[in-house]
Write a protein that binds this ligand. Structure first.
Ligand SMILES: [Zn+2]
Length: 103
């Protein structure tokens, strides 16, 4: 089996249904799954289109969705942590301001 990976541009065209000959490679290739994860992260329409191109029995779409879900959870965990940090900084700011004004 060929391990020459299609370019991101080719993957985009494949996702648009223009290169059906790439389907088998993409369905079985982790590296291409990585690229498609990037390409489809903010594009639910592209994900739906992939559902029409890939074979359900390959489990490709399920693997992609699992990855995107994991990524989304991580992003949420990060933004919660950042929110907590900025909250404590705001509290800190408020306290120091009060100290300065209270004198
Ligand atoms: Zn590949």
């Amino acid at each position: 089996m060929s391990r020459n990976h299609p370019s991101k541009r080719a993957l985009r065209r494949w996702a648009a249904g223009e290169k059906p000959d790439l389907t088998h490679h993409v369905e079985t290739c982790e590296a291409c799954l990585d690229d498609l994860e990037e390409l489809t992260r903010f594009d639910p329409r592209m994900r739906r289109a992939l559902g029409a191109i890939t074979h359900p029995e390959s489990g490709f779409l399920a693997r992609l969705e699992t990855r995107l879900e994991t990524r989304r959870r991580n992003a949420e965990a990060w933004s919660a942590a950042i929110e907590l940090l900025s909250l404590s900084w705001r509290t800190f700011d408020a306290l120091t301001e009060r100290d300065e004004q209270g004198d």
